[in-house]
Design a protein around this ligand. Structure first.
Ligand code: SF4
Length: 338
């Protein structure tokens, strides 16, 4: 089922808000008051009844309640919902809300419009790269869904490589708890951008780290993920182990199951051999979702066999439930097709 809704506007640019309040000589706590309303799901200045009437009117006149224009959304039969937005300068981006039976409401947020890293299996990587998203543009994605219902988990696994935009991603992470998403329920996913992993090791909130690995040997990894030429596998794993030792949490390894490419017995053995000695990783096997890329997903049997080999070799693994496939909202499918 596809549902389309006309363009409406979302949230305030927080930087502009601070500047505007300072220019009006408002007390320092005003920005916090406005943010509290927004984080709780307000959709207009009029609702902010602890602000003076005159200020509400002035904000309404001078500061659009928006950094993103919402274009349309799509709803899958499993409850997964994908929203398409435009930035004010015409950059498209998508975000996804996954609804689970146990009450989890998990957001998949984008950090960039498009992505410069061109992984071969990824629909976003085949799009033209736009730019990094601002802190407010990242938060606006979450707030879009927060206005309709409570949300409690977030993953930076949408469009873009979050560690290429780490300042804005971390700034957004600091504000997610205000809308009900704790740091423990937030994860940042990377393809192995080592300077960013090193930074997360020593600073930033206690969020989880996920590594998109997808191949356990450098030749194949470089073929499907060009970033591996710059940051080879062993160096990336070392950086992740350092993060694990500093943060005392496992690193989640995402492994996309590509039929006939990375799903053979010896590749499972190689993956276990690469990860097992560290005891720092938990593997998530991800059924591949079809895109325009020339890959097919592994069969269900092949994925189960791969998991069994990993576990025989001492590496914990789970198989991820696929969500939102029919609306191109699953992993690697975000490509702002309108
Ligand atoms: S998988 Fe991630 S890093 Fe690679 S192209 Fe897609 S969005 Fe970019």
């Amino acid at each position: 089922m596809i549902r389309r809704i006309g363009a409406i506007l979302n949230n305030v640019d927080l930087e502009e808000l601070r500047n505007l309040l300072a220019a009006r000589g408002e007390p320092g706590f005003r920005a916090g008051q406005v943010w509290e309303w927004i984080a709780r799901g307000a959709s207009s200045y009029e609702e902010m009844t602890n602000l003076p009437e005159e200020l509400r009117v002035a904000l309404g006149a001078d500061l659009p309640f928006s950094t993103l224009a919402f274009e349309h959304d799509s709803l899958a039969s499993d409850g997964t919902e994908k929203a398409l937005f435009m930035t004010h300068d015409g950059r498209p981006l998508e975000s996804v809300l996954m609804r689970y039976r146990d009450g989890r409401r998990s957001l998949c947020l984008s950090s960039q419009s498009g992505c410069p890293l061109t992984c071969k299996f990824c629909a976003t990587g085949q799009m033209k790269f736009g730019r990094n998203l601002t802190e407010s543009e990242i938060l606006d994605q979450a707030l879009h869904f927060r206005r309709r219902e409570d949300v409690n988990h977030a993953v930076f696994m949408g469009m873009g490589e979050p560690l290429l935009n780490l300042d804005n991603v971390l700034a957004a992470c600091e504000r997610l708890p205000d809308m009900g998403i704790s740091h423990r329920h937030t994860a940042i996913s990377t393809v192995g951008w080592i300077p960013g992993i090193e930074r997360l090791t020593v600073e930033g909130p206690p969020v989880a780290l996920a590594l998109s690995l997808h191949a356990a040997d450098d030749a194949l990894r470089s073929e499907i993920m060009p970033v591996n030429e710059r940051y080879p596998l062993q160096d990336v794993l070392q950086a992740c182990v350092a993060w694990h030792e500093a943060r005392n949490r496992p690193v989640f390894v995402e492994y996309l199951m590509l039929g006939g490419v990375n799903d053979r017995y010896e590749q499972a053995v190689a993956l276990a051999a690469a990860l097992h000695p560290w005891q720092a990783f938990k593997v998530n096997l991800i059924p591949y979702n079809p895109t325009d890329a020339p890959y097919e997903g592994s069969t269900r049997e092949a994925i189960a066999a791969f998991k069994a080999v990993l576990e025989e070799h001492g590496t914990r693994a789970t198989i991820r439930l696929t969500r939102g496939r029919e609306i191109d909202a699953a992993c690697g499918q975000l490509a702002t097709k309108i």
